[in-house]
Design a binder for this molecule. Structure first.
Ligand code: LAN
Length: 777
């Protein structure tokens, strides 16, 4: 049976062998647990069969392995205090709410259910899958580094890949995407490395898709890189990832130290492997794959002509001419014998610098690394540099942090989890209804503990030489071990902490027998310091907005050199409505608690920030959201920022009115819902989904409540939709994929369906209460 383990936010799935009957020596308690495990196992198996059979339900896996373990309270490190017998009566919907307050009752049932999923360290776990290119990379890296995956893991991984194959016979960039060369070739090779034979039906269908679309020569550049590592592509077929670029002077706008940290941290280890031109030895499987993947004989392929060749179906960002010119020059330097002596001399220096930066990133993140892509390439770099090094095992140990098990199988996640992010939102959602939160003191206290352990308390060592911003006081997206600071995660973490460290909630937390210590004022001040330091006010960007992990360090024209055909806007850290709004609202909340701390600086930051938010509002009143789908998400942040900086409809604020009118124009007439498709993100134009979506409806309802839209009728219809969609156990259904990055790739936020429904219903309940109460001016 699989067990979900957890430690200070770190979460991983472990296989503990088949269930036995406990044997004759088992005592009553052991037998009771065994019985529950059997029930859970049976339910999980049924779910899986249903899932694999029902194509319509596919791609909407709803974390039912976790939910089932939580329901029977077995095989997972859940929050035992949420199940405290003595608190059982606390969790019964009070009659007054149940009978007279349907909104309150829905919030209550939502919190009760969602609280039952909390881990013992106070964070909310969940499936952070979605992208279809990550697990193949991990499987390739394990193959190259002789890292065994284990039979159970391999079984679940193959199950996942099979479940995700679409009707065309291929795989896309993410679970809801049409087939692409990238997704199909990567998952095909991954299956073959998992010992699936070439004549298996899944493989045959995939192979015919690949071959009828021109073969694997047209795979996008990140795929070319991994195929070259596997000896399935020639290094001459890649545009050069010249490690010497790292030795350029930093003042050049194209210095890699100025890229968006994710692009930087991916191209860094790639350039090391490229610089060494490392490939695994050829064996029978590789020889066979060379025949399976290509339409022409492998040895007749003219590799140097493939550098800019990309299957049209995959191409989201088309290489501009100047980029091809740039690559042409680097390829000349790379392959022309004339330059060989110069290259040898420079390469040594380049490689030494690059591997030093790779190792520093490993140490800074305790071998988790900033994301799934650099995680496995850094691992490979360490192996290539020294296969017996002490860090090999440290890397191996952190692979499991990225793997998640659900009813669709085992997948690699987009990060080592979204622990802090989900917890910070959960806290804000629950504390929106303080009277209901009062029934869940254990949930609240545990969440506070997680906020406490997740904050980053130190800067990384020698941060300037490694192009790192300050981190001290920030909150990360996942865990403090990961530790990369993020502007909006810091802000959501700060808002959540402030929401808990106010009188009503403090009283709740302090009542617990093991009452946690509070997060000190000093630490809140450090967080504010980070938030202020993230605002863009100087060269090369003075728009007053906030980017993600760092300041914007170069110019948008660098995007002309974006080497990846499949992602947009990856080269620099741009300023976003989400990050900016989160920072603005956090500073406003902070100001309310500490009116004298850095008063003028904060006022200044808020004034510039508000101007930035105004400047990026679109003519139709909406904001484009970059990290979830899409205009409903962005507009929620836009509205929150406007309201926080003192704009109000009753004062005739035109921007706010326009934003609300935009939202209302997208409400579905039949059921009062909102439903936005991921195509909005890709195409940057609003695109309706086929059905109303819980999360879009919640964002729209939250926005209209915050703006205090005077006509309650559309809000009422939205709330009714959320009530109708709630399931009897208090959960909401998992619908379309709702997260996104780099315009083109989608990612699952499994907790949004609960968090935002609870939050929006709570906000609507407050909105109604405020209207019923006489206005105090
Ligand atoms: C994330 C996840 C969190 C997300 C928010 C905090 C929600 C956002 O408001 C700011 C950006 C951020 C931090 C973000 C950036 C891009 C990430 C790291 C991801 C979407 C998770 C996975 C993605 C990463 C880039 C995936 C690997 C792919 C590459 C192109 C390198």
């Amino acid at each position: 049976m699989w067990v979900l383990r957890c430690e200070r936010g770190r979460q991983w799935w472990e296989y503990q062998g088949a269930l036995d009957d406990g044997g004759p020596g088992a005592d009553a308690e052991q037998q009771r647990v065994r019985g529950l495990q059997q029930l859970a196992l049976r339910e999980i198996d049924e779910r899986r069969t249903l899932y694999a059979k029902n194509r319509a339900q596919q791609r909407h896996a709803g974390d039912f392995v976790l939910r089932t373990l939580a329901k029977y309270n077995v095989c997972w490190d859940g929050n035992p205090r949420n199940r405290d017998e003595t608190d059982a009566d606390l969790h019964v919907v009070p009659a007054a709410i149940d009978q007279h307050d349907p909104l309150g009752a829905a919030v209550f049932r939502g919190v009760r259910f969602f609280g039952s999923l909390q881990m013992k360290d106070g964070h909310w776990p969940g499936d952070y899958g979605g992208p279809m290119f990550l697990m193949p990379f991990l499987i390739f890296a394990c193959h190259a580094t002789h890292t065994p995956l284990g039979e159970q893991h391999k079984h679940e991984m193959a199950r996942y890949i099979r479940n995700m194959q679409n009707d065309e016979g291929g795989w896309g960039l993410h679970i809801e995407h049409h087939a692409t060369m990238f997704g199909t070739v990567l998952n095909y090779v991954a299956l073959r490395l998992l010992n699936v034979p070439a004549d298996d039906a899944t493989c045959t269908a995939a192979r015919s898709w690949i071959r009828s679309h021109g073969g694997a020569t047209g795979i996008p550049s990140w795929g070319k890189f991994w195929l070259a590592v596997l000896n399935l592509y020639d290094w001459r077929g890649l545009n050069p990832l010249t490690p010497e670029m790292w030795c350029l002077p930093y003042w050049l706008p194209i210095h890699p130290g100025r890229y968006w940290c994710h692009a930087r941290q991916v191209y860094l280890p790639m350039s090391y492997i490229y610089g060494c031109q490392f490939s695994v030895p050829v064996d029978d499987l590789i020889l066979s794959l060379r025949e399976e993947l290509f339409v022409q004989p492998f040895h007749q392929i003219e590799w140097s002509k493939m550098r800019n060749h990309c299957c049209q179906i995959d191409e989201y960002f088309k290489r501009p001419r100047v980029q091809k010119l740039f690559w042409g020059i680097l390829a000349w330097y790379e392959w022309c014998p004339l330059f060989a002596p110069l290259r040898h001399a420079l390469r040594r220096t380049g490689l030494r610098k690059v591997i030093d930066h790779v190792r520093q990133e490993d140490r800074n993140t305790k071998w988790i690394d900033i994301g799934p892509v650099n995680k496995v390439i850094n691992f490979l770099c360490c192996f290539v540099d020294n296969a017996d090094g002490a860090d090999i095992e440290l890397h191996r140990d952190r692979l499991k942090d990225y793997l998640w098990l659900a009813e669709d199988g085992m997948k690699m996640q987009g990060y080592n989890g979204s622990q802090l992010w989900d917890t910070a939102f959960a806290v804000q959602a629950i504390t929106e209804s303080p009277d209901i939160a009062a029934h869940f003191p254990n949930t609240i206290a545990a969440a506070h503990e997680y906020l406490d352990v997740a904050q980053v308390l130190e800067d990384v060592p020698e941060r300037d030489s490694y192009y790192r911003h300050i981190s001290k006081g920030a909150w990360p997206f996942s865990t403090s071990d990961h530790g990369w600071p993020i502007s909006d995660c810091s802000s959501e973490g700060l808002k959540a902490t402030l929401a808990l460290q106010q009188r009503e909630m403090l009283a709740l937390i302090a009542k617990r027998p093991d009452a946690p210590s509070l997060i000190s004022e000093e630490r809140l001040f450090d967080c504010v310091n980070v938030i202020l330091s993230f605002q863009n006010t100087k060269w090369p960007n003075c728009d007053g907005g906030w980017a993600t992990y760092e300041l914007t360090r170069s110019f948008a024209w660098l995007e002309l050199l974006n080497p990846s055909e499949i992602f947009g806007d990856i080269m620099i850290d741009y300023t976003y409505v989400e990050c900016s709004s989160a920072c603005i609202t956090a500073l406003v909340a902070f100001q309310r608690h500490f009116p004298h701390h850095r008063k003028d600086e904060i006022a200044d930051a808020l004034a510039r920030g508000a101007k930035f938010i105004n400047s990026i509002q679109r003519a139709d009143g909406s904001w484009y959201g970059s990290w979830a789908v899409c205009f409903t998400y962005g507009t929620w942040f836009g509205v929150e920022a406007l309201v926080a900086t003192g704009h109000a409809l009753r004062d005739g604020c035109a921007e706010l009115r326009l934003a609300c009118e935009f939202l209302l124009s997208k409400q579905n007439a039949d059921d009062g819902s909102w439903g936005e498709s991921y195509l909005s993100s890709q195409q940057r134009e609003y695109s309706q989904a086929s059905e109303g979506q819980v999360v879009n409806t919640a964002w729209a309802l939250l926005s209209l409540c915050r703006a205090e839209w005077p006509d309650s009728a559309p809000l009422d219809r939205a709330a009714s939709f959320l009530l109708r969609m709630q399931m009897p156990n208090g959960d909401w259904p998992q619908q379309l994929i709702s997260g996104v990055f780099n315009r083109n790739c989608m990612i699952t936020y499994i907790n949004y369906r609960c968090v935002f429904s609870i939050w929006a219903l709570g906000a609507y309940r407050n909105y109604l209460a405020a209207r019923a109460a006489p206005r105090v001016e």
